[in-house]
Design a protein around this ligand. Structure first.
Ligand code: NAP
Length: 255
């Protein structure tokens, strides 16, 4: 069975790359339909906090189930444990902390919620199954420059992401639901500082793990967030006359 499952995990990773590329094409044609772009129709919606907590939870629950349900042989090795911990730390923050800090977030359309929920099951399974059963690293992988640089990028990216989400949240006073120009931190350089942090984080994870599965997740994240960042950038330029014109979209000093 093992070679078959190994092949399946590679196929799932290639499919994730294809979904990311397809997602960016589809999102270019229709705005990512949540937050400021959610149309005010009668569609069924999930309150923002519940939506974020529930849709992201599989990224935490599925890996824990995968590791508890089988003899996770590879998790005896330090690199595998650290890489899985990197994934879990992010999603513990995203599903257990981030939702409860949201201020005035727009309710999530049901289909967006379902898609995000399914993606988290898919990716949670892909990353955790690969790391717990198949990823093989040399004993000294944790001192390899790829692991060290990747780990630092992951940590810096996560801090940028959390700090930038904090800046966005604090633009609103309790009870407010409108939008203002973000100031401070990396928002002085880019429109989507929170997405920049998230992209750096998963590129770091991918570099540290040096695997098709990690690379597929980083590519998927970049495709989706770059497209949404472009939409945000255009939206700010149209909505605020005094929006700083020198700000890039997502990568400081580049684009
Ligand atoms: N890995 C992935 O593929 C992926 C995909 C999507 C998101 N994420 C992550 O999930 C987190 C949230 O994503 P998101 O797409 O919801 O981010 P977002 O559009 O930047 O919004 C984040 C929060 O800040 C509020 N907000 C944004 N801009 C604001 C402004 N100018 N003034 C006042 N409030 C503002 C939003 O309120 P409203 O809801 O009212 O707009 C929302 O509650 C981010 O950290 C992102 O990196 C990851």
């Amino acid at each position: 069975m093992e070679p078959v499952e190994r092949f399946q995990l590679d196929a799932l990773a290639y499919l994730q790359c294809a979904l990311g590329l397809l997602g960016s094409v589809v999102l270019r044609r229709m705005d990512s339909a949540y937050g400021r772009y959610a149309s005010p129709g009668p569609a069924f919606r999930v309150p923002a906090r519940a939506a974020w907590a529930l849709q992201e939870l599989p990224s935490l629950a599925v890996p824990l189930g995968v590791c508890a349900g089988t003899a996770a042989e590879r998790l005896r090795r330090a690199p595998n444990r650290i890489l899985l911990a990197m994934f879990l730390v992010h999603y513990a923050q995203r599903s257990l902390i981030f939702p409860f800090l949201i201020r005035g977030g727009k309710p999530m359309p049901l289909y967006t919620f379902v898609l995000a929920f399914m993606f988290c099951i898919y990716n949670g399974y892909l990353q955790s199954r690969y790391l717990s059963q198949y990823a093989v690293y040399a004993d000294d992988w944790v001192t390899d420059p790829r692991f060290l640089v990747g780990f630092c990028l992951w940590l810096i990216g996560m801090l940028i992401n959390i700090h930038s989400d904090h800046i966005l949240r604090n633009l609103r006073k309790p009870g407010e639901t409108g939008y203002k120009i973000p100031r401070g931190g990396l928002f002085e350089y880019v429109t989507a500082a929170n997405y920049f942090g998230e992209v750096v984080e998963w590129c770091g994870y991918s570099l540290a793990g040096w695997s098709l599965q990690g690379g597929a997740f980083a590519l998927f994240t970049f495709c989706i967030l770059f497209t949404r960042a472009q939409q945000h950038h255009q939206w700010y330029l149209e909505k605020f006359e005094d929006y700083p014109k020198f700000r890039k979209i997502i990568i400081p000093f580049l684009f």
